[in-house]
Design a protein around this ligand. Structure first.
Ligand SMILES: C[S@@+](CC[C@H](N)C(=O)[O-])C[C@H]1O[C@@H](n2cnc3c(N)ncnc32)[C@H](O)[C@@H]1O
Length: 278
């Protein structure tokens, strides 16, 4: 695991409060990588990632889902619409909570979704509350990932599913790869990035049984070329200066991200696990 001690939780919250509008404008309702099959559009590739995770986890119709780090509600709304799930989404950002709520009304699934502004590292749910704990690209921002997975295992009912997508650090990085991952952590406000083995270790130590894990690095990496192109075309590097130095660094590190995928310093993983049946 590669850590970055300078990241602070209030900066993560501020980042999503400030950037959610731009994410929506430049990238869409889902704030995560696309998963490409061929030459499809970024929007289709993003939906493909959501759909592929839902299929891999075999999420049943009507499941009770916790969407950890729900962003603008992309996954929650997808699961409510496509699988008739009852979804609780939590996010650190009050702006995102409000946006997700409005969006679920727009998509006519507000009866099936609930969005809360809560910290995944301090929120409490009763044991056995959910059929699925789902989290796309949020665990990167957690400070104590092992404890989060222990809590998630407790919130799942016996037989429940865990579905995680995460940015990963290479298993055995060279010195320059470690530096690249550190720069990604700093620029994207991740207190640490775990490796595939770290994630499997945390998940299994929490008492969950690994079902699948996928390395999608090659299929998601082009996300950042597209983001850089769109950000540049819309003047983001310039606009960032109207916010603060964190925002300037964030936009500057898009290039670092592209390089980190190119050198193999960064990986992208999906983990599906299950809580043992009672
Ligand atoms: C990259 S976005 C992903 C959003 C969403 N999962 C999606 O795929 O569209 C990361 C999300 O994690 C949330 N997040 C970060 N740290 C969190 C925490 N400690 N508790 C709850 N949410 C958190 C952010 O607010 C943001 O919504």
């Amino acid at each position: 695991m590669i850590t970055c001690a300078t990241v602070k939780k209030q900066v993560i919250r501020k980042h999503y409060d400030h950037t959610s509008f731009f994410y929506r404008l430049l990238w869409g309702q889902h704030i995560h990588h696309g998963l490409w099959e061929g030459e499809e559009s970024p929007r289709r590739a993003q939906l493909n990632l959501t759909r592929t995770v839902a299929n891999a986890a075999n999420i049943p119709q009507g499941a009770r889902v916790l969407d950890v780090g729900c962003g603008l509600g992309g996954s929650s709304i997808y699961l409510a619409k496509q699988r008739e799930c009852q979804v609780t989404g939590i996010t650190l950002s009050p702006v995102q909570r409000r946006w997700a709520g409005l969006s679920s009304r727009w998509h006519r699934v507000s009866h099936a979704t609930e969005f809360r502004c809560q910290d995944a590292e301090s929120v409490e749910f009763a044991p056995d509350t959910f059929d699925v704990v789902w989290s796309i690209e949020c665990t990167e921002h957690l400070f104590d990932k092992a404890t989060f997975f222990r809590n998630a295992a407790r919130w799942l009912r016996p037989g429940g599913k865990l579905a995680i997508c995460a940015w990963l650090a290479n298993e055995v990085p060279t010195e320059s790869q470690s530096r690249q991952v550190y720069d990604v952590c700093e620029g994207f406000f991740c207190p640490s990035l775990g490796s595939r083995a770290d994630y499997i270790g945390w998940i299994e130590s929490a008492g969950l049984q690994m079902r699948f894990d996928f390395d999608w690095s090659d299929r998601v990496a082009r996300t950042w070329d597209i983001c850089l192109r769109r950000a540049t075309a819309t003047g983001m590097p310039w606009l960032a200066h109207c916010f603060d130095s964190d925002m300037v660094m964030f936009v500057q590190r898009f290039r670092t991200m592209i390089d980190a995928y190119r050198t193999g310093a960064m990986k992208y993983g999906c983990f599906i696990a299950e809580c043992a049946a009672a």
